[in-house]
Write a protein that binds this ligand. Structure first.
Ligand SMILES: Cc1ncc(COP(=O)(O)O)c(C=O)c1O
Length: 391
């Protein structure tokens, strides 16, 4: 693959009309197919980042593309005030896919919006005013989701105050839970595998201890599986992987394979607390989004992608500890490669070799969030590239 001159830049010189809020890769994508991106110069780049964990089926997936085209031709939109079979199918399919005792799905548009609604439900159901979150967690940039995001208030939160009181529990510290989860606590929100933090797996013991404390104190347990859900860990959700049952689970990203959508799954008790008008959305659960969700879940099942995620995740872990990589963390295809030097350096060097990866809030972690259709031969390209880089 040809070498390119690279640096991750903070500006957006060629795109003057876009708000200057994103650092950007020196890469302009023209098209994509499978796990490959083609840039505007016709060069191919192996995508091990999947657009922040979104492109679960890769690019140009036949079933997903056909489902969207069919839905666009038959009826592109009707609101939630109108019954549509495609929407009912998506809710039933997602609840069944979860293999968890959920009763209902509320469809929205983004991960932050799903979390915002989950927190709103918990605060009202309990009549309490405090939420506990976990150090290192990321939940989105809106008022409530940002309030429970670790470090947001000192960096980008922007609102004059949070809509409820928040405290943070140190990761994996089961002994610290009871002091932070009290009779004032409406909910605990947690990413079972923290994504932005660098694929930090919180483990069954800590997650189980959160469940026990929530039951003791009457708080609700919310799993934010926006990044780690919908098969990315090799199970339908990380809740399955760790055997811990949340009261609510939020998910997005891979759910639509790039068509914007998100969902809030809820237990029968939570569903029973709802009444008309308490929640709402115009676009959430739109027929195109639901067609995308149905196609993604069908593909995961029909192509046996959960098995593939487990197999390829294990292959990455067994082959890619070399060059500047000296350790691994995460689960399935949410992989954190620990680096001996700044991960941003390694990321830029890999992009020069034609491989796109991500970084994390931990500066020594390179994050991989590849499509679930990744094969061993693609991992071999990463291994060979890492072998050529300075340790
Ligand atoms: C775990 C987690 N929760 C919530 C969000 C926010 O999702 P969105 O950007 O769709 O609002 C993200 C986004 O990266 C995430 O990783």
């Amino acid at each position: 693959m040809p070498k390119k001159q690279l640096a991750i830049t903070a500006g957006q010189a060629p795109h003057h009309f876009l708000a200057p809020v994103f650092a950007q890769y020196p890469l302009e994508v023209a098209s994509a197919s499978g796990v490959w991106l083609t840039d505007t110069r016709g060069e191919q780049v192996l995508d091990l980042y999947g657009g922040h964990a979104v492109a679960a089926l890769g690019y140009g997936h036949e079933g997903w593309t056909a489902a969207l085209a069919r839905q666009a031709q038959s009826c592109q939109f009707q609101s939630n005030a109108v019954t549509m079979r495609v929407r009912e199918r998506a809710a039933r399919r997602l609840v069944r896919f979860s293999r968890l005792p959920f009763a209902s799905a509320f469809f929205v548009n983004s991960g932050a919006e799903a979390n915002e609604n989950a927190l709103k439900i918990a605060l009202r159901m309990t009549g309490r005013s405090h939420v506990a979150a976990i150090e290192g967690g990321f939940h989105g940039r809106t008022a409530a989701a940002g309030a429970v995001t670790w470090g947001a208030r000192s960096r980008w939160y922007g609102f004059p105050r949070t809509p409820f009181e928040v405290s943070f529990i140190p990761r994996r510290d089961a002994a610290a839970i009871s002091a932070q989860v009290t009779r004032d606590t409406a909910a605990v929100i947690v990413e079972p595998v923290q994504g932005v933090a660098g694929a930090v797996d919180l483990g069954a013991a800590f997650l189980g201890a959160l469940r026990v404390r929530c039951d003791e104190i009457g708080a609700l347990l919310i799993f934010d599986e926006v990044q780690c859900g919908v098969g990315r860990t090799g199970e339908p959700f990380a809740a399955n992987l760790y055997g811990v049952r949340p009261d609510m689970l939020t998910t997005a990203k891979a759910l639509g394979n790039g068509f914007p959508c998100a969902a809030l799954l809820m237990s029968p008790l939570v569903a029973a607390s709802l009444e008309p008008e308490f929640l709402g959305t115009t676009f959430g659960g739109g027929p195109l989004a639901c067609a995308a969700i149905n196609a993604v879940l069908a593909a995961i099942e029909d192509q046996r992608l959960l098995e593939r995620v487990k197999r390829i995740g294990a292959y990455i872990r067994s082959t890619c500890r070399l060059g500047p990589v000296n350790g691994h963390q995460g689960a399935g295809l949410l992989v954190g490669l620990r680096t001996t030097r700044p991960a941003k350096e390694v990321q830029a060097e890999l992009l020069a070799c034609g491989i796109l990866t991500g970084t994390a809030s931990d500066p020594q972690v390179l994050r991989l969030l590849p499509p679930f259709i990744l094969e061993e031969q693609h991992v071999d390209l990463l291994r060979d590239a890492l072998r050529g880089l300075a340790a």
